[in-house]
Structures are given as C-alpha cells and as structure tokens.
Design a protein around this ligand. Structure first.
Ligand code: CUA
Length: 147
C-alpha cells in the first residue's frame, strides 16, 4: 500500500469516528432524537389540547391543513411535558417550533410524535417549513407558555 493511500485511509477512519462521536454526543448530551411515527389507525380529524395531568402533562394534537394549524394557539403552564402529535388533512406540511428541536413533517396518512419539556416561559411560534400551496406563508401557530 502506498504511503498516500495509508494517509487517506487513516483520515477516513478518523472522520468516520468523529462523525459517530458527534452523533453520540448529540443524542446523549443534547437529547436530540427523531420524531416517532405512530400507526396510522390513530389519526385524528380535529386538533386539540388534552390535559392528562393538570399543569404537568399534556397531549397536543395538531392537525395541519391548507393553510393553518389546528389549534392555532394554545396556552400551557411552564414546566409542562407535552407530547405533540402531528397529522395532515391534505398535503405535506412542515412543523417547526422556533427555538426548540421540534421539527417534523406532517404527511397525509401518517402520524408523527415528538415530546417536549417547556422549561422557559414565552411565546413559541410555529411555522410550516414545507411549501404547501399559495397560502403557505400564512400557515403559523403559537404555543404560549405562562409562568
Ligand atoms: Cu403548510 Cu407550508
């Protein structure tokens, strides 16, 4: 094996190790994970906020449709754990909760889930980040976290 091949192989192994180390740190230290995909027979037709344990645990069912999120605005107390479920009524939409790692796709016929702990009060805007038609830019919502 040529010396330059050995160097290239060594650098390749180093880069691969660095990549896996970065993924491990991201998952374990920064708690990054991927959205769960739920079985499609549980898809809902209306969006709603369900209080499981008052002040602590909520289910937030978001229905995406041209061109709104339902519910458009919800209010929860700080310190809440929220299971966010996302479905689409029509086409593919995006769902990005600004300032968090909640970033999902709303795909017709599929249901996605992501859990979030709201430790800071404030207004968390929601944006559709997938072009879904002429009203795409109006597709917004917000989660208000009260102290
Ligand atoms: Cu929904 Cu863009």
């Amino acid at each position: 094996m040529d010396k330059s091949e050995k160097i290239a192989l060594f650098l390749g192994v180093c880069m691969l190790s660095l990549f896996f180390f970065a993924v491990l740190i991201s998952a374990k230290v920064f708690k990054q994970d991927v959205p769960e995909c739920i079985t499609p027979d549980q898809i809902f037709t209306e969006g709603e906020l369900v209080e499981i344990e008052p002040g602590k645990l909520y289910q937030l069912k978001y229905l995406s449709k041209m061109w709104a999120f339902e519910p458009a605005e919800v209010t929860i107390p700080v310190g809440s754990d929220v299971d966010i479920y996302l479905a689409s009524q029509d086409v593919v939409h995006g769902f990005y909760l600004r300032g968090t790692n909640v970033n999902m796709m709303a795909v017709p016929g599929a249901l996605n889930k992501k859990s979030m702990h709201f430790s800071k009060p404030g207004i968390y805007p929601i944006y559709c980040h997938e072009y879904c038609g002429t009203g795409h830019q109006f597709m917004k919502g917000k989660i208000i976290v009260t102290p």
